[in-house]
Design a protein around this ligand. Sequence first.
Ligand SMILES: [Fe+2]
Ligand SMILES: [Fe+2]
Length: 185
Amino acid sequence: MRKTGDDAIPGDLDHAGLIDRFLRVNQAGELGAVRIYQGQRAILGRKGGPTAPLLKRMAEQEQEHLDTFSHLIGERRTRPTVLSPLWHLAGFALGAGTALLGEKAAMACTVAVEETIDEHYARQAEQLGEDEAALKDTIRKFREDEIEHRDIGLAHGAEQAPAYPLLSSAIKGGCRLAIWLSERI
Ligand SMILES: [Fe+2]
Ligand SMILES: [Fe+2]
């Protein structure tokens, strides 16, 4: 039963352990994403600025991603991460905090988060084989949405945000830590 992709399962996991880890971290990540966009919309949505409709659309897509992984977690009887309450708060704080710095900083946050998730989903898709074709398709489809979100951020001034390199690397570091933790606990 071991195996999905080609020799790609980390040594300490079996098939079920790998899928558990994927579903747990993806549900956590999509929860974080939903909350980031809620935080951004709480600040920027009200002003009705140029990015308000884009934020609304991205938030709806993140909700769809979250609903899908929440459903799969139930179906596969995976234990959700114990850190959900933390991501609930931290996601909103990150979204609202960057939005308070301005629209460009909010977009810089989007680019940093979505780039990290793009890499994360690409890595997962590589580790899945034909025995997990449906899950692999879902992850690939969501990855395309995340890449679109990143491109929206880039098209709306992310790189002109104040202290962009610092902001971007801090957010990416936070996301990577959140991924590592949510895979495990
Ligand atoms: Fe997403
Ligand atoms: Fe996204």
